[in-house]
Design a protein around this ligand. Structure first.
Ligand code: C2E
Ligand code: MG
Ligand code: MG
Ligand code: MG
Length: 281
């Protein structure tokens, strides 16, 4: 491993780097056992209609209850899972659990809203993704319209392959959203060609939107482009009332962010957001 050491050049190892590497190797080993030991858990972040703050969806976000390190965030272990190929096993657990949970909520009288699941590049490019998704839906009993797959712009670089995959997914009836929109390299032409239901405006454009006119212009443009292309649009990472007011002013229809709710464990989502939907029996 080579680590850049500023303008003085390179060093081949250092105590810190050794420690980092060791930690990574250790986490890798732990992650192999995490799925079967039931250490992974899904949190769900609610998504709301901006106008009346009605719940319109939830995004499943994976956490790892590590036996000694506590609750680990996906930024720590998803890259390891991707590098080692464990992403398939982890991804299957996530997909099944998210669908199963949504089905359970619906059966208990919860709202009929979709659950969004993030896909890694390898998952998106696995052969016969649509067949795989169909099996997941069959196994969990969830109807296709209540599953939304989140992909990113970079996954669509190979336009021919992506078009085929997206059309197959469209055919089985799941929804597709384009996550972190604006940070990748989408050709606007692809947006026209691909069957994508929703753009998720990346939170880096929202963060400074109250004082950065460039961000404001970009967000405004994405929103109106989505409308013209007949796509839904959701803004990620809203933390303040001021940010919300600007988005409302720009006619953004859906929002997700700490201002409304952090990602929550399943039982808290149910307790906080589903009560008004409970069946009378
Ligand atoms: P993402 O898909 O863009 O998910 C949104 C991330 O932004 C989440 O971080 C969420 O907690 C965070 N967030 C939401 N609202 C706010 C806000 O108002 N302020 C700030 N500062 N952050 C906010 P999280 O849960 O740490 O996930 C990070 C990324 O890890 C996700 O980004 C997603 O790309 C990836 N990820 C999470 N779960 C999975 C999974 O099951 N599979 C795969 N392949 N990737 C996953
Ligand atoms: Mg996402
Ligand atoms: Mg994502
Ligand atoms: Mg995102």
């Amino acid at each position: 491993e080579v680590k850049k050491q500023g303008k003085n050049g390179f060093r081949f190892f250092s105590p810190e780097l050794d420690a980092q590497l060791l930690e990574k190797i250790e986490l890798e080993g732990d992650l192999r056992k995490a799925v079967e030991r039931g250490e992974l858990v899904l949190y769900y972040q609610p998504q709301f209609r901006a106008g009346d703050q009605q719940l319109v969806g939830v995004e499943a976000l994976t956490r790892w209850k590590h036996p000694t390190r506590g609750l680990l965030s996906p930024g720590v272990f998803i890259p390891i899972a991707e590098e080692t190929g464990m992403i398939y096993e982890l991804g299957t657990w996530v997909m099944l659990e998210a669908c199963r949970q949504m089905r359970e909520w619906q059966a208990a009288g919860g709202p009929l809203i979709p659950v969004s699941v993030n896909l890694s590049t390898q998952q998106f490019h696995q052969p016969n993704l649509a067949g795989y998704i169909r099996r997941i839906l069959g196994e969990s009993g969830l109807e296709a319209q209540y599953l939304e797959l989140e992909i990113t712009e970079s996954m669509m670089m190979d336009a021919d392959v992506s078009t085929g995959t997206l059309h197959d997914l469209n055919e089985i009836g799941v929804r597709i959203s384009l996550d972190d929109f604006g940070t990748g390299y989408s050709s606007l032409n692809y947006l026209k060609l691909f069957p994508i239901h929703k753009l998720k405006i990346d939170r880096s454009f929202i963060r400074d939107i109250t004082f950065n006119d460039d961000d404001k212009a970009i967000v405004s443009t994405i929103i109106s482009m989505a409308q013209h292309l007949n796509m839904e649009v959701i803004a990620e990472g809203i933390e303040t009332k001021e940010q919300l007011d600007i988005l409302l002013d720009k006619n953004c229809k859906e929002i997700q962010g700490y201002y409304f709710s952090k990602p929550l464990p399943a039982d808290e989502v149910r307790a906080s957001f589903f009560m008004q939907h409970r069946h009378a029996n």
